[in-house]
Design a protein around this ligand. Sequence first.
Ligand code: NAP
Length: 307
Amino acid sequence: MEEWDVVIVGAGPAGLTAGIYCGRAKVKTVILEAMSPGGQVLTAGAIENYPGFPGGISGPELMGRFLQQVKELEVPVKEFCQVQRATLSKDRLLLETSSGAFGCKALIIAAGAQPAKLRVPGEDRYIGQGVSFCATCDGFFFRGKEVAVIGGGDRAAEEALYLSNIAERVYLVHRRDRLRAQRLLQEQVLRNPKITPLWRKVVEEVLGDQGGVKALKLKDPSSGESSTLEVEGVFVAVGQVPATEPFRGLVELDERGFIKTDDRCATSCKGVFAAGDVRAKDLRQVSTAVGDGAIAASSAIAYVESL
Ligand code: NAP
């Protein structure tokens, strides 16, 4: 069993920031990452609202810089290390992972979130054959084709804008008659001639054949009227599911599975802190994840020093 002062779960913006703070405080820290460092930000084409980068910066480049800073502080990042279960035993936290067991005095959960599914017939069947959750990953397959983006938040707006540079036409299918995305993104979407919003429409089914997606079956929830939209790609952007399953039972979650914290990022379990998209909060941005990471790390450092 490896013993550490602080274990950070997740190497997205929140986890890497926490790593920088713990590294600078000379606290014995390791970061465990289920995939490769960077988190969901790796799928962002351009980040235009993170201060210090006028004109924007690509997600991978920004995360590369975070990681470089962590490495300069000699905080190890263990990749492809999936946490399966976390428990508390007296003052010691135990983590069972795909790469063995870890013990620590303080735990920072910064495991992030994954895209939510629509949960309609055909969605799972056509994943990789027209259904995608990431325009920057899969958009190039749809050059010159007609595609749909589902959702009305920041992510849906960004996916639609990204795809408008590739696809022939982008239908933005939303269940309300206005977007919830930031005003600037809304304006960019609504004045983009390649994006056609389809208001008050819910997806009932993804239709296709052996060749992949061919259409969406839509329904107007107020009139009950059904329609078919012919598209070859469907980009689902209907929110996030937090990666909190391994911590269920250890910390208190809200009704959607996000971790409840106080304003020092402390959870209901002593010695356990949460940062970034896993935390129950209003604004999920790189900048707020960075703020969380700094607060969670300073709380964890103070906790370790108090033992
Ligand atoms: P979100 O803000 O939760 O928006 C999800 C959208 O999907 C909402 O418009 C919602 O509709 C719709 N929706 C949910 N379930 C649906 C269903 N079953 N069928 C059809 N539509 C459904 O999620 P997000 O856009 O993924 O963003 C997640 C977080 O990351 C947000 O805090 C966001 O601000 C942040 N983010 C920020 C940026 C940025 O700053 N540039 C970029 C991406 C994401 P309703 O409107 O009716 O609820």
